[in-house]
Unconditional design. Structure first.
Length: 178
């Protein structure tokens, strides 16, 4: 039997996750109400949807092929929709993290928040401030590209708020909210 990353590849679902990170996300999402900020083409949402109770995705869907520059038109929305089309536990919000936090469609608390949007220090810091209060007690917040040499702002913002993370798989870091 194929693992989920092989299954996603055979379904042409794309993204930037190492196999171990992908499987760790699936495990962290199991049975939980998930918020994903930064969905790109849907690989992480696709994986988490297999095990999560619900997955609410937030993205502008205007990223360039590298995922960190915004374009004028939707570039990844069709790929995302195709990637998650088999799941009825996935919803999407098309807009920025800031817009989503203020929108009634993305309200409430979450068991698991996965931040993988813009990777600058300022953006990651703002996303932490915006979404950490929305993580339920006993829930988890995770960050992609934590410690990645191309995105030092992720680690800087996370470490400034929480100290160095103890739970890291490749460049996926996470912590529990007590």
């Amino acid at each position: 039997m194929k693992n989920l990353l092989e299954l996603s590849a055979s379904a042409s679902v794309q993204g930037f996750l190492h196999c171990d990170e992908f499987h760790q996300l699936i495990e962290l999402a199991a049975g939980k109400d998930v918020l994903e900020v930064g969905s790109f083409m849907g690989l992480s949402a696709y994986g988490m949807a297999w095990t999560a109770k619900s997955v609410q995705c937030v993205d502008t869907f205007r990223a360039n092929s590298a995922g960190q520059q915004q374009m004028d038109n939707h570039t990844t929305l069709a790929a995302f929709d195709k990637a998650v089309s088999r799941f009825n536990n996935v919803k999407r919000f098309v807009g920025t993290s800031e817009e989503a936090a203020l929108n009634s469609a993305v309200q409430g608390q979450f068991d698991f928040v996965f931040l993988d949007a813009m990777h600058t220090y300022e953006d990651v810091k703002a996303d932490i401030e915006r979404w950490w209060p929305r993580v339920r007690s006993g829930g988890v917040m995770a960050f992609h590209d934590y410690g990645h040499h191309d995105f030092p702002g992720v680690k800087q913002a996370v470490d400034e708020k929480f100290g160095p993370l103890q739970n890291v798989c490749i460049t996926l870091g996470w912590l529990d909210k007590q």
